[in-house]
Design a protein around this ligand. Structure first.
Ligand code: SF4
Ligand code: SF4
Length: 158
């Protein structure tokens, strides 16, 4: 009988300290809440879409593929097709044409966003730095056709 009482007391003490520990974790949680309440500048959670206009993705973020163009809409693509070969799932079609001098230049740079895995292998394969992954993170579209894009505004230079 005496042994049973001793066990009950032990269990009671154990439960007592367990409850204190549980309360302590609650206090810790509330401390974090209060800290961010009084110092909102330390909050790292993005308030999307309210901050849509000012939201900047990290530099290493990979959005969709785009062609790098200067202020006149000119690009550096030579239609060499190395990016097309590097793309494992056929998301790129480089259609070449010929300029007046008979030299091969870029005609249309076709890109399919719906099959692109944003792996960036095409960017790494391009020896002319003509393409890059941009910062666009809103990649949803309402039609299948909208996933098919022509990335160049102008035909390639000769
Ligand atoms: S990012 Fe990857 S999947 Fe997308 S077009 Fe480039 S190589 Fe293909
Ligand atoms: S984007 Fe680069 S790799 Fe692709 S065809 Fe143009 S120059 Fe070649």
């Amino acid at each position: 009988m005496k042994k049973e009482e001793q066990l009950t007391t032990k269990a009671y003490i154990k439960r007592y300290f367990q409850r204190i520990c549980q309360s302590w974790s609650l206090v810790q949680g509330l401390t974090v809440t209060l800290r961010y309440f009084f110092q909102p500048s330390r909050i790292v959670t993005e308030q999307y879409p309210e901050n849509k206009k000012t939201l900047k993705m990290h530099d290493r973020f990979r959005g969709r593929l785009e062609m790098i163009e200067d202020e006149n809409g000119e690009n550096k693509c030579t239609a060499c097709s190395l990016c097309e070969k590097a793309c494992l799932n056929g998301s790129i079609n480089v259609l070449s044409t010929k300029n007046i001098a008979g030299k091969k230049v870029l005609g249309r740079y076709l890109y399919r966003l719906d099959t692109c895995t944003l792996c960036s292998l095409c960017v790494e394969a391009c020896p002319f730095d003509a393409i890059r992954m941009n910062q666009d993170f809103e990649l949803s579209r309402t039609t299948r056709e909208a996933f098919e894009m022509i990335l160049n505004k102008k035909e390639g230079r000769g």
